[in-house]
Design a protein around this ligand. Structure first.
Ligand SMILES: [Zn+2]
Length: 111
């Protein structure tokens, strides 16, 4: 499985309101023989909390591991922004150089 193929949705963890058990899609659930990489949404409807037996509706989405907010946005848009950055830097550098040249030219022009 390649990193690019992972649906960001599968990274979302769900916490049990009954006992605080955290379903982590990356790990799956050994008790119910759920393989790692299984999104919470893809769990069988009769899946229950392995600790207290609560049903799926009692779980709430607490987001992926790591960054609670903005992580999915980074997955989707981070690459685009990163590829633009070197070009924007070049524009800034050449713009600064041009301004510098104009500045010196204007100084010499005044004298
Ligand atoms: Zn539970």
């Amino acid at each position: 499985m390649s990193t690019e193929a992972i649906d960001p949705k599968t990274l979302d963890r769900y916490e049990c309101a009954g006992c605080g058990y955290m379903y982590e899609p990356a790990k799956g659930d050994n008790t119910s023989e759920i393989a790692g990489g299984t999104a919470f949404d893809d769990l069988p409807q009769d899946w229950r909390c392995p600790v207290c037996g609560a049903r799926k509706p009692r779980f709430s989405n607490v987001g992926p591991v790591g960054n609670p907010s903005g992580f999915k946005e980074n997955l989707g848009y981070g690459l685009g922004v990163n590829t633009l950055t070197p070009g924007q830097k070049n524009i800034l550098i050449f713009g600064a150089l041009a301004l510098g040249v104009l500045f010196f030219l204007s100084l010499y022009g005044l004298q």
